[in-house]
Design a protein around this ligand. Sequence first.
Ligand code: NAD
Ligand code: IPM
Ligand code: MN
Length: 361
Amino acid sequence: MTKNIVLLPGDGIGQEVIQAAKAVLDTVSEEYGHSFSYQTESIGGSAVDEHGTPLPDQTVEACKKADAVLLGAVGGPKWDTYPSHLRPEKGLLGIRKALGLFANLRPVKGFEKLLHASPLKEEVVKDSDLLIVRELTGGLYFGTPSERQNNGQSVVDTLSYTRHEIERIVDKAFESAQLRRNRLTSVDKANVLESSKLWREVVEEKKAQYPDVEVEHLLVDAAAMKLITNPSQFDVIVTENMFGDILSDEASVLTGSLGMLPSASVREDGVGLYEPVHGSAPDIAGQGIANPLAMILSTALMLRHSFGLDHEAQIIENAVKEALDRGYHTADLQVHGGQKLRTKEMTEKVVEYIKSESTSN
Ligand code: NAD
Ligand code: IPM
Ligand code: MN
C-alpha cells in the first residue's frame, strides 16, 4: 500500500536537507518494493511569505491525513523581527500541538568514525548511547506570554503542566527505557520550580508500575555538566520541553555535530513527525554544504516508528555508518583526513551504500 508522506521543507537548510530524505526514500522504495507518495506543504518563514501565516490550514489538514510527516527546519534572520504570531517557530510549535505530538525522542549515539570529531576527549565520548525524551507540547514554549508591560519594563512567560501531561511523557520514557537498558534519569529543577516538584512526584509514583527500571533524579544544571563529563552513565533522560531543547543541542557535541542528531515527534497513536534536531542554519544556508545525515537518520526513524520497516531503517543507518567509515564527511564535522563532501554528494554516498546493501542480500 502506498504511504503518503507530507514533506515540510521549511526554511534555510531545511529546503536542502529535505531533498536528501526524498532521495533516500526513493532508493528504499526502488530497492525494497515500497511505494511512497510525497506531498510538499509549506511551514515557517516561507509560509509567512507565501500565505501570510507560518502554519497554513492546508498544511495542518494535509499532515493530519498523512501516514507520516518529514520536516526540515524553520526560521531565519528575515523573520526575526516579525511579530510573535508571524514567527516561523510558531508554525513548528503549532504543527506539533495540532498533531498532539507530546513526545520528542532524540537518540544520541556517536558513530565510531566520529569519536575524534567531538571536542570532548575520545574516552569521554566513547560508549555514549542515550535517548532524550523531551516533552514537546507543554511548558514555557506553550505558556501565555504577556505583552510587555510598564513601558517595556516587565514581561511574563508562564510554565504550566497538568498532571496528565506529565504522566503521559513519563510513561513514554519508562516504556522507552524498558526497550533499552532499563535506566531512567528524570531531569528537573525541583529545588526551585513548582512544576518540577509535580514532575518529580509523578516519576516517583510511576516507578511502581515499572519495577524493572532503575530511576534517578537529577537537577538540570548538574545534568548539563554530567552529560559532557560522563555521558555513558545515561540511558534514557526524560525532561520538560525547554530543558530537553537545551540538553539535546548540548548532547549533539558527543556525536561531533548538531548536523548528526535525528528526532521523532510522536504520540500514542496517530501520525508522527520526523525532524532533525538542528535549525535552519542561516550561516550556511544556500551554500549546499549542510550535513544531511540528521535528516536522513530522521527518515530512518520514520520508517521504523511509523511504518514498522525495521530492516529498511537499519539499512539506512548502516549506509550512513558506511559513508562515515570510508572517510566521507561534511564541513561541520571536524575530522582528520578523509574527504569533505557537499550535501548532495554525501547523500549520493548514502544512496550508493543502500543500493549495495540491497544487492548484496
Ligand atoms: P541552528 O541549529 O540552525 O544552527 C546552529 C549551528 O549549527 C550553526 O552554526 C549551523 O551552521 C550549525 N548546523 C546546524 N545544522 C547543521 C547541519 N545540518 N549541517 C551543518 N551545520 C549545521 O541554530 P540557530 O542558528 O540557533 O538557529 C537558526 C534558526 O533556526 C532560528 O531561526 C531558530 O529559531 C531556528 N531553529 C529551528 C529549529 C527547527 O526547525 N526544528 C531548530 C532550532 C532552531
Ligand atoms: C527544536 C527547536 C524548536 C524548539 C524551536 C525552533 C521552536 O529549537 O526543535 O529544538 O524549541 O522546539
Ligand atoms: Mn532546539
